[in-house]
Write a protein that binds this ligand. Structure first.
Ligand code: IPE
Ligand code: IPE
Ligand code: MG
Length: 236
């Protein structure tokens, strides 16, 4: 029998195209974000079925703060609704919620709901859903560098101690494996400041369709494509 194809342990997704999806329909951008929340459900469900252990979703970038205030507040409201409504579902599905990013920048109300949902689901074990919120990779790496300099100044670190493992242990993702598969919707061929360190050897799958059109079958197809790839990690 051929060996069972490996399921990626960690999938990361750049959920892009909500605004264009809405525009195509003559709807306000926030309707695209609302529709995108349904795709999140599809994606989590598909990952659970496959036995994916970690799913990281890029929900709001450090740069997204530069969008008009009404869009930012619509996104924060949507996130709050998502956290309220999904906490119960995550309990039923045994899914643990985590967040990475500059969370202090989130409005207090949003932060509280996030903290509550994370606390409630902390002991769940089937899958970890990681939301990247106010997340920027350059910020993350800069913070890690700053923390290491602090340790050096305090005499707890010498230059020879600085290894890739030490750097990784100072990132938000310290206790998460690197993504095996990175998916981006809406056809853009860029990573937009997402997990720059962690995706060094991720397999990338790009979909032309907008995020609100992303369904379970798309996740399964991306995993099939991943399984057909030959990961070499620089070797032969
Ligand atoms: C992704 O959709 C969601 C966020 C970035 C918050 P966009 O809002 O970027 O939608 P487009 O790319 O403008 O279509
Ligand atoms: C990336 O999408 C961020 C999220 C999906 C949250 P953007 O729409 O912000 O990225 P750019 O501006 O097209 O690079
Ligand atoms: Mg976009």
């Amino acid at each position: 029998m051929p060996p069972k194809p490996t399921v990626p342990e960690h999938i990361a997704v750049i959920m892009d195209g909500n605004g264009r999806w809405a525009k195509e329909r003559g709807l306000p951008r926030r309707e695209g974000h609302r529709a995108g929340a349904e795709s999140v459900r599809e994606c989590v469900e598909a990952c659970k079925q496959l036995g994916v252990k970690y799913l990281t979703l890029y929900a709001f970038s450090s740069e997204n703060w530069s969008r008009p205030a009404d869009e930012v507040s619509a996104l924060m409201n949507l996130l709050e609704r998502f956290l309220e409504q999904k906490a119960e579902e995550m309990m039923k599905q045994n899914v643990r919620l985590r967040a990475i990013g500059h969370l202090d920048r989130l409005p207090e109300k949003t932060r509280n709901k996030l903290r509550d949902a994370m606390a409630r689901t902390a002991d769940n074990t089937a899958m970890t859903l990681v939301l990247a919120l106010s997340y920027g990779s350059r910020e993350e790496i800069t913070e890690a560098a700053r923390a290491m300099v602090h340790e050096a100044v305090e005499g707890r670190l010498v230059p020879g101690d600085v290894t890739p493992e030490l750097v990784a242990s100072h990132l938000y993702t310290a206790d998460l494996p690197d993504p095996d598969l990175l998916i981006r919707t809406s056809g853009e061929l860029r990573v937009s400041n997402f997990l720059l360190w962690q995706i060094s050897y991720s397999e990338i799958v790009i979909y032309k369709k907008f995020w609100p059109d992303f369904k379970q079958a798309d996740l399964f197809a991306a995993v099939e494509e991943y399984q057909a790839r030959h990961r070499r990690f620089g070797g032969l």
